[in-house]
Design a protein around this ligand. Structure first.
Ligand SMILES: [Fe+2]
Ligand SMILES: [Fe+2]
Length: 268
């Protein structure tokens, strides 16, 4: 199976690039399944039902989020209606929506989970307590052909430790949230594809997707009135990874994909 995972979509330009390129990339690279992190897709903060539905029309199978999931309150009822848009699994009990799903695609059953780390992040339940739940839900006897965990978090060490904890139990562990792609993509010893962060989909001539002059002002004025950050509207790069798996559900390869903008590596 060949799966494209795309990192945090930041704002309208990245969204429109994703709508346009997902289908094209899918056809040209024999991609079976597409998963997208959409936590910043609505003006940089949150996501709406309409945006989710446009991603599904464009070829996405499952959408993940993170700490920004609630920025647009209108998403709350939608998260209770669908099992294809995830919020972090380790949010406290009673939180709307689901953080783990098994869905049927044209290519068979796939499992997707969304975790949020604890270090330097908003408060959530201890993330390592959820490892056994994921292992159990995505075990081979459930006939799941491909399984992936979006590890949404700031600290590289914590994401790596989660990757090693899940190595051999899921097809891939991919990091999101920092908005900066890391170069450590590889297959771990027990067969799980791993990357600490796939990077954001947005304008890289910015500070993690936000207008750079406003971001600099914000850093300079710590303790004073800070300006509101706005999405940087330059030429976006769509950032993600292409994962190929073997018949046993473990990974054969993982490659970075960067389409458009200032860090393009595909020429598409
Ligand atoms: Fe993000
Ligand atoms: Fe985030």
């Amino acid at each position: 199976m060949r799966v494209l995972f795309i990192g945090d979509i930041v704002g309208r330009n990245a969204r429109n690039l994703a709508y346009k390129k997902i289908k094209f990339f899918k056809q040209n690279n024999d991609v079976d399944v597409v998963i997208v992190n959409v936590e910043n897709s609505a003006g940089g903060f949150g996501v709406t039902k309409e945006i989710c539905e446009n991603f599904f029309i464009s070829g996405a199978d499952v959408l993940t989020t993170g700490n920004h999931v609630w920025d647009k309150k209108e998403i709350i009822p939608y998260l209770n209606e669908t099992n294809k848009v995830l919020r972090p699994l380790n949010m406290m009990e009673g939180t709307p929506g689901v953080g783990l799903t098994v869905v049927n695609t044209n290519y068979g059953l796939i499992g997707v989970a969304n975790l949020m780390t604890n270090l330097f992040m908003m408060k959530s339940n201890p993330v390592f307590d959820y490892i056994e739940i994921i292992k159990k839900k995505f075990s081979k006897k459930e006939n799941i052909l491909f399984s992936i965990v979006d590890v949404h978090g700031e600290a590289t060490s914590e994401k790596l430790a989660l990757g090693f904890s899940l190595d051999g139990y899921v097809s891939a562990v991919v990091g999101t949230h920092t908005h900066v792609p890391t170069a450590d993509y590889r297959i771990m010893d027990n067969g799980t594809a791993y990357i600490t962060d796939v990077g954001m989909s947005g304008d890289y001539n910015s500070v993690i997707g936000m207008e750079k002059d406003l971001a600099i002002k914000k850093f300079k004025r710590i303790n004073e009135k800070t300006p509101r950050l706005e999405v940087s509207m330059g030429n976006p790069t769509l950032c993600g990874v292409l994962i190929e798996t073997k018949k046993n559900g473990l990974a054969k390869s993982i490659k970075p994909v960067r389409i458009g903008g200032v860090i393009d590596n595909t020429g598409l």
